[in-house]
Design a protein around this ligand. Sequence first.
Ligand SMILES: [Zn+2]
Length: 193
Amino acid sequence: MRRDPLRDAIEKLKQDFPGKSRSWIKRAIMRLGDVRELKFGLYLVEGRRELCDWKPLYQVWYSERGGRWYCTCYFSTFGFARQRDVCTHVAAVMLYRRYKKALEKAERKRVYVAEGEVECKGRIEANGELHIKPAVDRVDLTFFANPKYKIFVVSEMRRIVVRCSGYEILELEGEEVPLATAKFLVERFYERG
Ligand SMILES: [Zn+2]
């Protein structure tokens, strides 16, 4: 139901560089944890021997004048040398920025939550992320004769519908909350007895 922010960021990078190989994308992903953001749009990317880096640290920045990203690996010790294609240090920074943005957007997102109790001997489903636990403290043989569950649903839709083996058994009006709050409520749902 919910998109994974990292997956989204990787997809966008692939779309922006359709001609790039899978190994190029993979190297950018490997470098994601090596990116440090400094002030004024400057980024540091740690070098990795296994990715054939010859420096311990690379600087990556965007030049408004040049209208493009630069990396210190484009320069030799004696100055500007190779007008290279986009390196994976730059790609890692692009991925990092997109990931951060996608994360922030995901946190700002609002969803609907609802709680209820159902009786069902079959499969319980809902139009959202469904959390279930037995409605009794102790699960014994009598429980299975008449199984009651407490449910908690996180949905993108206000009208939350719960089904038992395909049949609608409960309809709830969801309460709108930020996604972060919904995550917290899910944790609390499982912690409560
Ligand atoms: Zn580079």
